[in-house]
Design a protein. Structure first.
Length: 242
C-alpha cells in the first residue's frame, strides 16, 4: 500500500505591519518607563538625600571662595549638600544640626534665596557677643564658655562685631543661630540675614535672627570643584572631640 504523503501546507502570512507597530509601541513605552524611573530617582535623591550647590559671595572666607590669597565675591566652589542627615522620616528624626556644621538654608524672610553659614548657637542656648568674641551659655555651662573658632582667619578672629540684632541672643527651642566665617562681611543672624535696613526692622515679622529646621536645606558635606579643593567638609567641633 502506498503511503500518502502529507500535503504541503502553504505558509501562513505574517501581519508584518501589525507586529512592527506593536514592537515600536513596546520600545517607546520601555523608554518612557525608564525616563519616569530616572526622573523619579533624581527627584527623590535631590529632595531627600543630596543636592549640588555653588557657593556665592565672600561670607564664608576663608573656608569657601578663597582663591589666590583673597576672598572672591562671585561664584566659587561646587559642593554637595547632605540633606538626608536632617530629614524627618515619618516621625523619625535622622539627625539635627550640630555646632560647627556648615549649613545651606533659606533665610526666614526669603524662601527663594539660599545662604551658607556656620551653626553657632543651638536650641535653648544663649549666645553673647562680648569683646567681639562668642560666648555660649547652656544647661551644661551655665557660666558660659568662649567658643574656640579655629576656622576663622586672623582678620576675623575675635572680630565678631554686634549689629542691629544686638549682642545677646536667646535661641528659641527648635531654632539655630548662625554666622558666616567672614565676620566682617557676612549677612547672618546678627543682622537677621538682611543686607539693607530697608528690608524692615530686625526681629520683627519674618526678619528673625534664628533659623528653624524647615529653613535648613542640609549640611555642606563635600567640595567637588575645583579639583584642587576636593575634600570632605568636617565639623571642627567633632574633630576636636576625636
Amino acid at each position: 500500500m502506498e503511503e500518502s504523503l502529507p500535503k504541503e501546507t502553504a505558509p501562513k502570512k505574517v501581519a508584518k505591519g501589525k507586529n512592527q507597530s506593536t514592537v515600536k509601541i513596546a520600545f517607546w513605552f520601555d523608554i518612557l518607563l525608564n525616563l519616569i524611573i530616572i526622573i523619579g530617582l533624581v527627584f527623590i535623591i535631590r529632595t531627600f538625600i543630596i543636592s549640588p550647590f555653588q557657593v556665592y559671595g565672600s561670607s564664608m572666607c576663608d573656608t569657601f571662595n578663597y582663591f589666590d590669597g583673597r576672598c572672591n565675591n562671585g561664584y566659587g566652589e561646587y559642593i554637595i549638600v547632605n540633606k538626608f542627615g536632617y530629614q524627618n522620616m515619618l516621625g523619625w528624626q535622622v539627625g539635627l544640626p550640630q555646632r560647627g556644621d556648615v549649613v545651606v538654608f533659606h533665610p526666614p524672610h526669603n524662601d527663594s534665596e539660599f545662604f551658607i553659614k556656620r551653626v553657632i548657637g543651638l536650641p535653648g542656648e544663649t549666645i553673647k557677643i562680648i569683646d567681639n568674641k562668642i560666648f555660649i551659655f547652656n544647661d551644661e555651662n551655665p557660666d558660659g564658655f568662649e567658643l574656640d573658632e579655629e576656622y576663622l582667619n586672623l582678620r576675623n578672629k575675635d572680630n565678631t562685631v554686634p549689629r542691629e540684632a544686638g549682642s545677646v541672643f536667646e535661641v528659641p527651642e527648635g531654632s539655630y543661630f548662625v554666622l558666616g566665617d567672614n565676620r566682617t562681611g557676612s549677612s547672618d543672624s546678627r543682622s537677621c540675614f538682611r543686607e539693607s535696613v530697608n528690608q524692615g526692622k530686625c526681629g520683627e515679622g519674618r526678619n528673625s535672627p534664628y533659623l528653624t529646621l524647615d529653613h535648613i536645606e542640609g549640611k555642606a558635606a563635600i567640595v567637588l570643584w575645583p579639583f584642587t579643593k576636593l575634600s570632605v567638609i568636617y565639623n571642627p567641633e567633632y574633630q576636636a572631640e576625636m
